[in-house]
Design a protein around this ligand. Sequence first.
Ligand code: ADP
Length: 433
Amino acid sequence: MAIDAPSSPNTQPWSDRLRHSTIILIAAALALSVLVSLGELSALPAAIVFLCIAAAALIPWRLHDAAASRDDVRRINNPVESAAVAAVVAGMPDPAVLLDRAGRVIHLNAAAAQLAPALRRNELAQFALRSPEIITALREAIATTEPRRATYLDHVPVDRWLELMITPVPVPTTFGGADKCMLMTFHDQTPLRRVEEMRADFVANASHELRTPLAALSGFIDTLQGQAKDDPKARERFLGIMHNQATRMARLIDDLLSLSRVELSAHVRPDTLVDLLPIILQVADGLEPLARERQVDVETHLPDAPVMIAGDREELLRLFENLIENALKYGASGGRVIVSLTPSTATDGAQEIRVMVRDFGPGIAPEHLPRLTERFYRVDVGDSRSQGGTGLGLSLVKHILNRHRGRLLIESVPRQGATFTACFPQAKTPALT
Ligand code: ADP
């Protein structure tokens, strides 16, 4: 929104109006002199009538002019209303409104006009603002001329947390002294709030995930110290369960640490050239016992020549381990998993390497696909836990790919299986950019 220069309410030029009045007076004088010369009117009443007409023609616009020129003088003499102040308000990145002492809008910028379309120059801001928090803060700031702050949630068109700050700003006047105006600025706190919510959710989820196996462990310790103390069979069974719970806790802590390590180094792209083939083969070999246990055939379709990317070997091992293990755990019913590597071209024309892990299991319903890489998100929590899952695997995969400046594609047709594709930018050998 452009900040318009204040328009004068007195638009008719002074000379025009004087000319109109003069014509009226000449016409009146002529008419009266004709009447006097015809003897229809004596001189004194004619003079009185003329004076009345003259007053009627001149006094209203003089009064009007006087008011308008007082306004002009105020505008010219008052730096608050100057173009420079308007430009400063217009140039502020956040929504900003400059108010006079009474809370009337003097200037507002485009962002403020967008945020509160009812705000109008020269009108009281209280009438244009919907939130009771803002109105209260504004009233208090006007009454006390002290800074005020208010936070409120705007629901339209989307949920947004906004912080309002009202700061008294003494603007110097031409004749010395200062006019106490108020600068009202709005700051969008939505991204910060979202991060804060995510952090709180994460802590709550992590504590919950750790507390569950911990509760099981302490329960079994109590049982082993009590009624199962002298029962070797029960002891054996309980120790087995305790071992599984401890393994689950260790895995969870391991995944949490890996996630935080990858996040910490997210801005540093790995710069070592690594060959993807031995990494994929090492993971497939390592998961051979799990594949045998789940009766799944793992097929690897890999080229013969090395495929180099700029990567972190340990992180890449983690990445493929998660994808292939998920395929073996959740897609075991398909009996087959294919791991393939192909060079490809991204939509922006960049050359990339795609490693595809495809299973033929139950697949994933489309509504879950966008959320799979969220921390602790699971399609079926019970199923994931019974498989030893932590709900962090795909989140870790996404972060590792982000660090490698790659991306994860997830496709699935329910009852036909799922395909997870890790896309890496092709290395520009020998020097990396
Ligand atoms: P988890 O530790 O639970 O395996 P992940 O982040 O690796 O956590 O996966 C999140 C969820 O995605 C899993 O709980 C599972 O519901 C679903 N999922 C992952 N891979 C597959 C797959 N190949 N087939 C079906 N569902 C899968």
